[in-house]
Design a protein around this ligand. Sequence first.
Ligand code: PLP
Length: 361
Amino acid sequence: MSAQTRGTGIWSYAERLPRIAEQHRITLGEGHTPLVRSCRIGETIGIPNLYFKLESLSPTGSYKDRIAAMMLSLAREHGKTACIGTTSGNAGASIAAYAARAGIPYHVYVQENIVPSKLEQILVHRAEVYRVKGMGFDPHIGTQVFETVLAKAKANNWEPAVTAFAYAPLAMEAVKTISCEIHEQLGAPDAVFVPVGGGGLFAGIHKGFAELHAEGSLARLPRMAACQSAGCANLANAWKQGLGKPLPGGSTSLISGIQVPSPPDADLVFAALKESRGFADALQDEDTWHWQERLAADEGIFCEPAGAIGLAGAAKAARDGMIGKEDNVVIVISGAGFKDVQRIRTMTESAQVPFIEADGM
Ligand SMILES: *Cc1c(COP(=O)(O)O)cnc(C)c1O
């Protein structure tokens, strides 16, 4: 089939996604992101075959665009008059853009400590935004907001716009397109490192590989490596203790996008860890920032901190002997550098930029 008949964006994988009539399919050209080989970092951390999946190059700067394309298409297919959801920032920016394109209003509840540049990106698309006190720190408030949003969606017949399998399972199917692309670009990776907040990205990538494996296209399942911030590691710490449920407790993480102390897709994450013989780890925020800087300086890859935590995880896994020298390893770079302008200021504040005369150069 030609690219034209297969459709653009996630719709080139329409046969793997919930059925949407062609006239209801929305796209901004999401997906089809590059997989680039590491030119320096891989060698230095002992993973010569290291690859970066650049979801940072998505239309609004994060992989959430794949989900938003499906979500707003579902809303149109089902005649929904609005969508309603929660966000730490990127889902909101993405859904706001696709809602604008669909001509559907978007009501969104954002976490208290949302990165200002992410809030601004949501507002550009004219979403109706509320900021919820305590959301992003307190697990009970997080769960309460998820439940309220779901109840409001039901009562008004609006599309529930929360990027988790627990709340929007059909829209989340779009995450599988990441696995399809990695499979086309690389074949079968040995391990895939994924940032984990609510767990939907991790669960969706595993689901994509599991489906390819079940139909015989993929010889073996890649080991799925879940990377959480040490300040919000309820899943990783539970997994390390051999438990099957996330530990209780709030978030002190400073990494936007993965501050989810009550991960809605926890059960799916544990199942994927088990099925893929994967592993989970908690990374210090300083470590994640370090690898964000290294990606920019050594590889030319500009991502937000959450996009670099997978690399922090891989470097640690190589040190801990969890990854072999021969392994093909993929890091999912989930979001773009421009997302977090505050962080860019911190990264560059010590840089010297002398002010000079043109004739004194
Ligand atoms: C949403 C997001 C994540 C976390 O995804 P979950 O499905 O909540 O685990 C990681 N990185 C970025 C950049 C995100 O926007």
